[in-house]
Design a protein around this ligand. Structure first.
Ligand SMILES: [Fe+2]
Length: 277
């Protein structure tokens, strides 16, 4: 090969190799984020304190369950936790759900020991997992249901409600469940953040917490991960990860902890979120 051609392609190959190595390392690097979504949380007096993790995709999750356990124990010992919440997508291959069930049951046992509720919803990757197998994952499944948490501030009822995910193939957007009138806040957990565009009465929801987008998982300069590879609406509007206000609802989107399709992340580190509301 001509030396000039080699000189020309060498930096491209080198850059590709560096990016490849970086993308294989990044799924192992966990961020812990701290989110204060309400004014009372910003003032240091939240109603609830949640540990949220989403998008386990257990075959391609490189965050050990013991690491999640350590974070739960540390937060519980510190300011305390109202609940640990899982945002859906247990596994990539539904036939191998047992890997996800084992991981989530381990977390459930930690929560049980610490007397912390472990709530969760299912994601689009979970629709082919039988209901009995979902129950083996040991979280309290609030997809199309709710649980009541007591406000850390004044003891009032706070609803933590969940929306079922129908999966991508024949997408149905379900409405969030009706919650008791006594609740002073309604926090909705919906795997797919596009759910927020499909709620008939947004006045009934105060906060929505989601995953699904993986922060783009592998970020590219021209955002093809959103324009070509995903059908979701919000990422195309640059709503990808973090806090947003949409239709009067405060939305938080987590980057999740696992990977889909490829065991790689680039520019979208896995994260666990401590969320105060
Ligand atoms: Fe996912």
């Amino acid at each position: 090969m001509d030396i000039a051609v080699i000189a020309l392609i060498s930096p491209v190959i080198l850059t590709g190799l560096v990016l490849l190595v970086m993308s294989l390392i990044e799924p192992h690097k966990l961020n812990i984020t701290r989110e204060m979504l309400s004014s009372s949380a910003k003032e240091g007096s939240p109603d609830v304190r949640l540990l949220f993790f989403s998008d386990l995709h257990a075959e391609f999750c490189f965050i050990p369950k013991e690491r999640v356990e350590a974070i739960i124990r540390e937060e519980a010992k510190g300011k305390g936790l109202s609940a640990v919440v899982f945002g859906g997508d247990i596994i990539n291959n539904p036939k191998k759900y047992k890997g996800g069930a084992e991981y989530l049951t381990y977390i459930a046992n930690v929560c049980k020991e610490l007397d912390i509720p472990f709530e969760g919803v299912t994601g689009n990757h979970d629709v082919k997992i039988p209901a009995k197998a979902i129950s083996e994952c040991s979280f309290h499944n609030i997809s199309n249901g709710y649980t009541i948490l007591k406000s850390l501030k004044d003891g009032s009822d706070i609803a933590l409600s969940g929306v079922n995910d129908s999966g991508r193939k024949h997408r149905i957007w379900y409405e969030p469940p009706t919650i008791p009138d006594t609740c002073t806040k309604n926090i909705v957990i919906a795997h797919n953040p596009d759910q927020i565009l499909n709620i008939t009465d947004c006045t009934k929801v105060d906060y929505m917490i989601s995953g699904h987008i993986h922060g783009g998982q592998i970020r590219t300069p021209f955002k093809i991960e959103f324009t070509s590879l995903r059908k979701d609406v919000l990422p195309k509007l640059d709503v990808i990860a973090g806090e947003y206000k949409i239709n009067g609802i405060t939305l938080f989107i987590s980057k999740g902890i696992g990977c889909v399709r490829l065991p790689m992340r680039l520019g979208a580190k896995p994260e666990i979120n401590i969320i105060e509301i």
